[in-house]
Design a protein around this ligand. Structure first.
Ligand code: AVI
Length: 336
């Protein structure tokens, strides 16, 4: 499967540059010519960034992964019973190594559920490795892996995979979207599913603000390293000269909006040259680069979102601290 983009031109002060939208180069340039400057957290996950994220998931302060694993462990039998009602295609958006999804796969397989697993991940090596591991562990499980972005994958699944679907979007990845992107994403999934198909989304919930703040300001500085690695990636892949010691990490949590916002902040006035663009970017002292949103939700906000995107909320599954929910929605209103 291939993704095609039209070439667009961006005019900045001195140069006309042509890059493909949705590529690292295009998005970095677009983000650094803006004020305030931004970079996209979707570029955190190069090989080193993915390793650092694995370390984050083990941190004592970073609770979401453990909470969601507990939810799936606790509710795997209920999910099995739901999936017994039909032949389900289990679509796993952003599958990675499927560490959490394997809780379900293992339980479903051992209980002789007939289903197909469709992992979707932007990284071809990740889906290939996952598929091989699953074939070894579950030789009779049908697996069709898709290595592309979510939307291309969903369009392909819509046209090529008839039948009942349960789409998983785990890990509170939804929290990394802006409010607008979030609605657009959920509405697109609605359009590409059929009446009565299900979407299970992991939402990190609003809770004690200090617990949230500590999850993004871990005492060992791994989250700071995760953010700093994107500056390093720009140095390596785009020929940048970010001085990694002249930027510090800062994350804030606003308990009203529920947004954790992460920044790299320039500790002095400086110029950063990036060879790919043949230009420098000026930073004032204490100027910010917005790196990531990690939104936390209230149950009411989740239900409003479901309604706005034309889903019916079936149930919210919780961990025992009620820190996190896997919320199951049914696609509704297609036949109206
Ligand atoms: C992948 N994503 C849901 C994580 C989050 O919590 O926003 C990424 C992360 N950023 C810092 N720590 C973890």
């Amino acid at each position: 499967m291939s993704t095609s983009y039209s070439i667009q031109t961006t005019v900045d002060n001195e140069n006309i540059v042509a890059f493909q939208p949705g590529t690292l180069a295009y998005d970095v340039l677009a983000g650094l010519i803006k004020y305030p400057k931004t970079l996209s957290s979707k570029y955190f996950y190069d090989a080193k960034g993915s390793k650092i994220f694995e370390q984050i998931m083990q941190l004592p302060e970073y609770y979401p992964t453990r909470c969601e694993a507990q939810i799936l462990e606790t509710h795997k039998q209920a999910l099995l019973e739901m999936c017994r009602k039909d032949y389900y295609h289990l679509v796993d958006l952003g599958a990675g190594d499927a560490a959490k999804t394997r809780i379900l796969i293992d339980h479903f397989y051992k209980n002789n559920l007939r289903f197909e697993y469709i992992p979707v991940d932007i990284s071809p090596s990740a889906v290939q490795e996952l598929t091989e591991n699953l074939h070894q562990a579950y030789p009779l499980l049908p697996v069709r892996s898709v290595a592309t972005d979510y939307f291309t994958a969903l369009q392909w699944i819509h046209s090529q995979v008839p039948g009942r679907k349960l789409v998983l979007f785990l890990g509170s990845n939804i929290g990394n979207f802006t409010t607008e992107e979030c609605k657009q994403f959920l509405s697109t999934i609605w359009q590409l599913l059929d009446e009565d198909d299900r979407l299970l989304t992991g939402f990190d919930l609003k809770k004690n603000a200090n617990v949230i703040r500590n999850a993004y300001n871990d005492s060992s500085g791994i989250t700071a390293e995760f953010n700093r690695n994107l500056l390093q990636r720009i140095n390596i892949e785009l020929g940048g000269n970010f001085n990694l010691d002249a930027f510090e990490f800062y994350a804030s949590y606003d308990p009203v909006s529920g947004f954790v916002k992460s920044y790299m902040i320039s500790t002095k006035a400086q110029q950063v040259y990036i060879e790919a663009f043949k230009r420098s970017f000026a930073f004032e002292a204490w100027e910010t680069i917005h790196m990531e949103n990690s939104r936390k939700f209230g149950i009411r906000e989740i239900e409003e979102l479901a309604l706005a995107c034309r889903y019916e909320v079936e149930t919210h599954l919780f961990d025992n601290q009620q820190y996190f929910t896997d919320s199951i929605w049914k696609v509704a209103g297609k036949n109206r």
